[in-house]
Each structure stands twice: as C-alpha cells, then as structure tokens.
Design a protein around this ligand. Sequence first.
Ligand code: NAP
Ligand code: COA
Length: 267
Amino acid sequence: MSTCWDFSGHNVLVIGGTSGINLGIAQGFAQAGAKLGVVSRSQEKVDAAVNALSSHTEAIGFSADVRDYEAISACNRDFSERLGPIDVLVSGAAGNFPAPAAGMSVNGFKAVMDIDLLGTFHVLQSAYPFLKKPGSAVINISAPQAFQPMEMQAHVCAAKAGVDMLTRVLAMEWGCDGIRVNSIVPGPIAGTEGMARLAPTQKIQSAVTASVPLGRPGSKEDIAAAAMFLASPFASYITGAILPVDGGWSLGGVASLGDALKSAVSP
Ligand code: NAP
Ligand code: COA
C-alpha cells in the first residue's frame, strides 16, 4: 500500500496484531515508518507477523493472552523498555462464533466476554503507565454488534457494547493526560477470520455485500487508513468517538446479517 502518512519516530503497539484487520493496521503504521510491536497467543503467528513487518521497520512481538493481566502488563512494559513510550495503542484481540444464547454454554459466553471486554480493560489499564503523556492515541477495535442487536451474537453484542463504553469513559478519565481514546467499528472486511465465521457461504457473503450502501465489502487498508487518521494530528480534537468504517452498513444493513446467520444455522 502506498501511504501519505508519516509516523516515523512513533511507537505503535497492536494487541491481537498478528492476523486480519489488526495486522493490516500494524502494516499500515509500519509502512508509514513507525516502530511496531504485535501481541497474540500463538508464537507462530507472532513470529510470522514480526517477520512480515520487519521488511518495513523495526518490529518486535510477544506471545500473550489478553485474559492474563500479568502477561499483558509485561508486554506493555517490555515494549516500552525496548522502544520507548507507547504513542499509539491498538486493542483488537477478539473471539467470535455464531451460537444462539439458549444453546451456548456459559463458558462460551464467558470466553468472548473475557477476551473482548475484560481483555480490552486489561490492555488499556496495564498500558496506562507506559502511554506517552500528552499525545498518545488509543484505538479500540469494536464491531457493529456493539449497537446492533444480532441473533446468534449475544456474547459479542454484550462484549463490544462494553468495549465502546470503555472507550467513552476512558476518553473522559484520560483526557486530562492528553491521551485520546476512540473506537473503530469495522464493517464486513473481506478476507478475514471474522467474515469467514459469520459469512461462511457465498450466499451470505452476497447478502452482506448487497446490504452495504457503498456496495462492496471493506478492506484491511480501509481500516488501517482510519486508524492512522485517528492517531494523527488531524484528529487531535477527536476523543471518545465511535467511528464506523463500514461503507454505510451501520445505517441499516447490519441487521440483515443476524437474519442470515439465523437461517444459516437453522435453514
Ligand atoms: P482475527 O484475524 O482472528 O484477529 C484476531 C487477533 O486477535 C489474532 O491476531 C489473534 O491471534 C488475536 N487473539 C485472539 N484471541 C486472543 C487472546 N485471547 N489474547 C491475545 N490475542 C488474541 O480476526 P479479524 O476478523 O481480523 O478481527 C479483528 C478485529 O476486528 C476483532 O476485534 C473483531 O471483533 C473486529 N471486527 C472484525 C470484522 C470483520 O469483518 N472481520 C468486523 C467488525 C469487527 P491468536 O490466535 O494468535 O491469539
Ligand atoms: N459454538 C458454540 N460454542 C463454542 C464454539 C462454537 N462454534 N466455539 C467455542 N465454543 C465454546 C466451547 O465449547 C467452550 O465452552 P465449554 O467449555 O462449555 O465447552 C468455550 O466456547 C471456550 O472454548 P475454547 O475453545 O476452550 O476457548 P479458547 O479460549 O481456546 O478460544 C474462542 C476462544 C472460542 C473465541 C476461539 O474461537 C478463538 O480463539 N477465536 C479467536 C479468533 C476469532 O474468533 N476471530 C474472529 C474475530 S471477529
């Protein structure tokens, strides 16, 4: 991707940054000259992501689970000891599977709450001492389920709604430190694990695309561009915002995904 952004001299840490949308964000910042850190559970994925990012910039990686506060805290500390204070923190680790609330195990609900919501709190709270003050930007990766009730997604809806509320509250609490906190709400992004899980058939994918006003799925580059905008000086007066980057999907089309999921599970 050619880039008009310049993040040289910036340190960017992307939690859940080893695949999909979050790796796309890491790649955007790396191509714009930032130093990168990525974190996820799989050491294999961490190594592959660091390898890919290293062709553009200095990149380091850590294997950790966002459900483990001590482990994620150590990532934030080690990153800042090696590269310096965190200029941009992206929190995007998440889990998802379609399942009806009545048929989901309590542990299934808890797994998604623990990764998406508690994990986001772990990431942000343990990063606070290491964020550059003033001037840093925190970006949480939310989802349309945060505001659109969707069948088969009770766990994700509850968790991502909580993520967006954390964005708003921490924007208030950390504004006096000069830390901005925003959410990006991606629409349906092509070639991602999330879409593979929620739109597993060509029929569902076509229905999703037809429900997007701009008439196409999003790309990882679309989300990376929004993240770089939110982290840039052009967004210096934006905090506590929940920004859809979705081709207009949130204007109404999102609701059709719940219908498609329901019919896919019980046709
Ligand atoms: P993905 O490729 O599966 O990305 C998830 C990332 O989080 C991976 O790097 C994964 O790596 C990591 N991860 C998962 N559980 C973790 C844990 N417990 N601790 C640490 N890292 C963990 O999925 P994606 O579809 O690109 O989704 C990325 C983000 O975008 C998510 O926040 C998702 O909710 C959001 N989103 C996606 C879409 C879409 O169309 N795909 C739409 C709206 C929102 P490991 O497996 O190595 O841990
Ligand atoms: N339907 C119903 N329940 C499911 C499920 C499915 N497709 N997949 C997992 N679960 C349940 C499990 O049965 C388990 O509950 P149980 O102990 O009562 O049996 C619970 O969820 C936890 O599963 P487990 O596999 O032990 O969790 P994990 O921590 O290893 O993995 C997940 C977490 C389940 C979210 C896993 O899908 C994951 O790691 N996802 C990351 C990638 C991803 O989802 N990307 C898309 C982001 S939008």
